[in-house]
Design a protein around this ligand. Structure first.
Ligand SMILES: Cc1cc2nc3c(=O)[nH]c(=O)nc-3n(C[C@H](O)[C@H](O)[C@H](O)COP(=O)(O)O)c2cc1C
Length: 154
């Protein structure tokens, strides 16, 4: 019983990976990834955010433990990226990205300044982020995304 309730507890996993997509295909492929992700994540109650920046992906997956792990294993096998590295994984008190079954966000030059203040100086090296810093990074991206969405609605 312990295992079953554990599997139902909210979990969050954050990983980073290197993109393996030709630059001119990136927008299209990210669109395809998000389309498939929204459909599949909705079925298993997963939410999250995907940062697409300087040749890297950084993604948060949150939901029931089993759904997080099954989905991460599938993502890990996807040839559109490589060198997946888990930055943080474990139980979470509450969803941080509950607004989206999945949402992709690139960073503009202005947003780059935010990354620099987060300690990701000239070159973006997410594989060196601690678990706390990885979550802080994605929460900052969440803030930018939410503000942009709000502006688009006004
Ligand atoms: C960076 C990246 C992030 C992805 N995120 C998700 C996701 O959140 N959920 C998901 O179901 N698939 C995600 N995918 C796509 C999966 O790898 C896979 O293509 C998709 O789930 C379809 O799997 P299927 O062909 O076995 O049905 C992601 C792929 C990449 C490269």
């Amino acid at each position: 019983m312990q295992q079953i309730s554990g599997a139902r507890t909210l979990h969050r996993l954050i990983y980073c990976s290197r993109q393996r997509i030709a630059p001119h295909d990136l927008d299209h492929e990210v669109g395809e990834i998000i389309r498939a992700s929204i459909r599949k994540n909705r079925e298993v109650n997963l939410t999250g955010l995907l940062l697409v920046h300087q040749g890297y992906f950084v993604q948060s997956l949150e939901g029931p433990a089993e759904a997080v792990l099954t989905t991460y294993r599938r993502i890990n096998d996807d040839p559109r990226h490589a060198e997946c590295k888990v930055l943080s994984a474990g139980p979470a008190g509450a969803r941080e990205f509950g607004d989206w079954n999945m949402c992709a966000r690139g960073m503009s030059a202005a947003d780059d300044a935010i990354l620099r203040t987060l300690g990701q100086r000239e070159t973006f090296t997410p594989e060196s982020l601690s678990a706390r810093a990885a979550l802080r990074l994605l929460k900052t991206v969440r803030g930018i995304q939410s503000r942009t969405q709000l502006r688009a609605m006004l």
